[in-house]
Design a protein around this ligand. Structure first.
Ligand SMILES: *Cc1c(COP(=O)(O)O)cnc(C)c1O
Length: 458
């Protein structure tokens, strides 16, 4: 008999999670104004809201916490983090920040000004927020294949070079402070970017002397897909692939809550010393002194260890196979999901799942609420609510895809939990035709409204 795949870890500490009844959940979600971010964590049984900061640290990471050096300046923890960044990612200069959006705030304060254009593959919500907050414009140049959920292109995170060059020619290189590549492309469904594409974007950027920035939250998962899908990389280690990826970048921002497997943390890394010096000033103003930047010494230690673990093949294989395990059950039942299954999450195509709910009643949000009511599983809308209003016209923006994301925290749930989630979604799918109306917004913020939006059932 062929041996089945099994996780490359065993469990040393557990946390109890609580079941609830449908009646309780219906009341709780109503009290939460139908915004899943407003639920209390103990009102959720399986929490797939995000894979950000929700992973389980290893015994080695926990032991690193005890070795943290909390000196204000020059802590050994800072140098541990620096060594990990230099060795694994190949950058000489770096600044710690308290999380990924803080890295964006510091770096964009240095580089982005009013009227600028920032092209790339799909921008992450906080990244776009930080661009638009500075009255600059983010332009999505992702390949068209990404917007067809049935298409099985192996690298749907790729940048379309023609679209990119058109943007450069239209606006002029001097309006473009950098090109941003998000690895993996979260917004398009956790889809990877190929090494070839990273190389090609760098070549095009060099032609116009524009720097390249990687928004790097899931860089290790991206490397796993390069190893398993791209010709010429099967025999290379993840660490070798990661090193090559970053030879085509000038700088990076990182949310360490993803592929560094810590609960809080981030950083900026760059190759250029002058940029480092300019950004250092903003880091000191917004985050803290340059050798801690909003992080405790112990957290910098855990982060350094996390970077090492996340770039091991066995870890990534366990991680991505679990996401695939859930995705495959949904596909087998005919539930419309983004193909191929992404690195950190399964993305459900809500327009196909709930065809009777009009677009302006937010089908993805409606589906996320139904799933919560069904089984206490919390996912998140990646659709028109998250897309915010157009900053100029103030009209709702309807993105090409209207998705519900089920993000799987790293090393946290078992495959039994995945079976439970699949069954819950299948139950909702079976009664999908009876779901004919959605929600309307009664209160919203100007930017990043999905975090605090309040809704009313129609
Ligand atoms: C999470 C994330 C961010 C923002 O990081 P935070 O740590 O949540 O502030 C930026 N970009 C990408 C691609 C992310 O996944």
């Amino acid at each position: 008999m062929e041996l089945p795949f099994a996780e490359n870890y065993k469990i040393k500490m557990v946390e109890t999670i609580k079941r609830s009844t449908r009646e309780e959940r219906e009341q709780w979600i109503k009290d939460a104004k139908y915004n899943l971010f407003n639920l209390k964590s103990n009102q959720v049984f399986i929490d797939l809201l995000t894979d950000s900061g929700t992973g389980a640290m290893s015994d080695k990471q926990w032991s690193e916490l005890m070795l943290g050096d909390e000196s204000y300046a020059g802590a050994s923890s800072y140098y541990k983090m620096k060594d990990a960044i230099t060795n694994i990612l190949g950058f000489e200069y770096f600044l710690p920040t308290h999380q990924g959006r803080a890295a964006e705030n510091v770096l964009f304060s240095t580089l982005v000004k009013q009227g600028d254009i920032v092209p790339g593959n799909s921008h992450f919500d906080t990244t776009k927020g930080h661009i638009e907050f500075r009255k600059a414009t983010a332009i999505d140049c992702t390949i068209n294949e990404a917007f067809d959920t049935e298409n099985t292109h192996p690298f749907k995170g790729n940048v379309d070079l023609n679209k990119l060059e058109k943007v450069i020619n239209e606006h002029g290189a001097d309006k473009i402070p950098f090109i941003i590549i998000t690895v993996t492309n979260n917004t398009a469904g956790g889809q990877p970017v190929s090494m070839q594409n990273l190389r090609d974007v760098k070549k095009l950027a060099d032609k116009y002397t524009i720097p390249v920035l990687y928004d790097s939250a899931r860089f290790a998962e991206n490397a796993y897909f390069i190893k398993t899908r791209e010709t010429g990389y099967a025999d290379k280690s993840i660490k070798e692939i990661v090193r090559e990826m970053y030879t085509y970048a000038d700088m990076m921002t990182m949310s360490s809550k993803k592929d560094a497997i810590v609960n809080m943390g981030g950083f900026i890394a760059m190759k250029d010393k002058t940029l480092f010096e300019k950004a250092s000033m903003f880091n000191i103003v917004f985050e803290g002194f340059i050798t801690y930047g909003g992080m405790s010494g112990r957290d910098m230690n855990a982060l350094a260890q996390g970077l090492k673990e996340a770039t091991e093949f066995e870890y990534l294989e366990t991680r991505i196979k679990q996401v695939e395990y859930l995705g495959k059950q949904l596909i087998d039942y005919g539930i419309p999901v983004q193909h191929p299954i992404g690195g950190h999450a399964v993305f459900i195509n809500a327009l196909k799942f709930l065809p009777n709910v009009p677009r302006n009643e937010f089908p993805a949000q409606t589906l996320a609420i139904e799933l919560y009511k069904e089984a206490g599983v919390r996912g998140v809308e990646i659709g028109a609510i998250m897309a915010d209003r157009d900053p100029v016209t103030r009209e709702n923006r309807y993105p090409d895809l209207e998705l519900v994301r089920l993000a799987i925290p790293r090393r946290t749930y078992t495959n039994n939990h995945m079976d439970y989630v699949a069954a819950a979604l299948i139950n909702v799918f079976d009664r999908r035709n009876a779901i004919k109306s959605g929600y309307k917004i009664i209160k919203e913020a100007e930017v990043l409204r999905h975090f605090t939006v309040e809704l009313e059932q129609l």
